[in-house]
Design a protein around this ligand. Structure first.
Ligand SMILES: [Fe+2]
Length: 158
């Protein structure tokens, strides 16, 4: 990929954005399952969300956020705290286990409402700020984290 025209930054942000879209799509499957009391289905969707969010969060926290933490320390710390909370609730459905806590479905729905707001904050705040501020070297660092982390979506060939 060429270095100076900005296509690397746009490709990195495009992949993160497509992951957000996929997560929002998966979250929409939870409401009907929740209404029908389908905890097993909710757990299955939770694992699908984790598969997308795992590499996504690594790219954000090890690639994008470090480049922004000096300018926006409080915002980045708050976003990372939200990541930890969302991960913890999703993790209760890890490894094919059925969450034993009867309050888990309601807690999951609350965490997913937080995740939707969180995604909007990233898309309206962090991503435009990153596109405006990060250097070529910082985008290369983001891409290096992505190479290691992989991703759940198919990637356009560069
Ligand atoms: Fe994100």
């Amino acid at each position: 990929m060429c270095e100076y025209c900005g296509c690397q930054s746009l490709a990195s942000i495009d992949e993160l954005t497509r992951e957000h879209d996929e997560v929002v799509r998966l979250i929409s499957h939870l409401r009907p399952a929740h209404q029908e009391g389908g905890v097993a289905r909710m757990a299955e969707v939770a694992r699908e969300i984790v598969a997308v969010l795992g590499p996504h969060t690594q790219v954000e926290e090890h690639g994008l956020f470090p480049a922004m933490a000096s300018d926006f320390p409080e915002q980045i710390a708050a976003l990372e705290a939200e990541h930890r909370h969302i991960e913890a609730v999703l993790a209760e459905a890890a490894d094919g286990a059925m969450p034993s806590d009867p309050a888990w479905p309601d807690r999951l729905m609350a965490a997913m409402a937080m995740l939707r707001d969180h995604i909007l904050k990233e898309q309206d705040g962090v991503f435009p700020a990153a596109l405006a501020n990060l250097s070529t070297e910082e985008w290369e660092a983001v891409e290096a984290v992505r190479e290691k982390a992989g991703g759940a979506l198919s990637r356009p060939t560069a």
